[in-house]
Write a protein that binds this ligand. Structure first.
Ligand SMILES: CC(C)(COP(=O)(O)OP(=O)(O)OC[C@H]1O[C@@H](n2cnc3c(N)ncnc32)[C@H](O)[C@@H]1OP(=O)(O)O)[C@@H](O)C(=O)NCCC(=O)NCCS
Length: 84
């Protein structure tokens, strides 16, 4: 779990699990407080999550999102995720 903190308060997080049987890491949930969105925080947290996934030695990193969640889709595309 990667956490962003502002003035002692959690303002965002990105949670990632390792699924060895599928040789993948799963980016389970990334969320930023509404008041702190649009500042690149999700990119920073997910880059830390990607480092964690790489260091764990798995081949794939997977993320799911609702098909109407445009900000989440754009965030993942910005990071290089591709639809499968
Ligand atoms: C999705 C979410 C995590 C993005 O967090 P954020 O810190 O505001 O995003 P960033 O500022 O890091 O932006 C990263 C990229 O995402 C995209 N993006 C972010 N907000 C966007 C919006 N409202 N509309 C379109 N694209 C958006 C952009 O491509 C942006 O990169 P750019 O500014 O260089 O173009 C945030 O909107 C959120 O917490 N949403 C609710 C929870 C959720 O739906 N999480 C995703 C499913 S797990």
């Amino acid at each position: 779990m990667c956490v962003a903190i502002d003035a002692g308060q959690w303002i965002g997080f990105s949670a990632t699990s390792i699924q060895r049987a599928e040789d993948c890491a799963y980016s389970m949930m990334t969320g930023i407080l509404r008041s702190h969105r649009g500042r690149g925080l999700s990119l920073a947290l997910k880059l830390a999550a990607i480092t964690f996934a790489r260091e764990s030695g798995v081949q794939w990193l997977r993320a799911d999102h609702h098909p109407a969640n445009a900000p989440a889709i754009a965030m993942n595309r910005r990071l290089g995720f591709v639809p499968v």
